[in-house]
Design a protein around this ligand. Sequence first.
Ligand code: S3P
Length: 183
Amino acid sequence: MQNTGKIKTMTKNIVLTGLMGSGKTTLGKYLAEITGMEFLDTDDLIVKKAGKPITEIFAEDGEPHFRDLESQVIAEAAQKTGCVISTGGGAVKRQKNIDNLKSTGMVFYLQASAEELYERTKHDSSRPLLNVDDPVAVLKKLLAERAPLYETAHFTVNTEKKSIEEVSKQILELCQSQSRSPA
Ligand code: S3P
């Protein structure tokens, strides 16, 4: 892996949104590594703040409490600049979160079909919303509900059948084209 250093001077955050399994964390880590930008994962920040895993937060405190923690860590992360920020799939549910993320970042929606998302998440039990009998149906429902929210991103990037390298190249090119365009 080569550090191109190409967008090291980029002050805006790169924000990754999309449904569970869309590759936000894997891609975010990769982008941070090749650019030298700091990596933040809002799910990790929530776990740190709560002192317990997401499954326990949902089971013991409920989803509304999880969403409050999520809004807090997003507000804090959006204060920073020059970071790659991977968000949880439900981050877009609150308009305030979208506004905060957009205030300091270029927001990318990583798009994939429910079937592909299922293939990428089926061996991982850390997502309470998918620990159900029919996770594909849940993914389809969430996709239908949230697609209009995800599509408020600055850019939509289709990740279906694409490698991490291909998607990150596309994101970095979009960032560079934006930083060149007049304000
Ligand atoms: C959620 C997505 C998860 C995590 C939580 C809820 C959602 O994050 O925040 O389980 O509502 O879609 P990932 O998208 O990183 O899996």
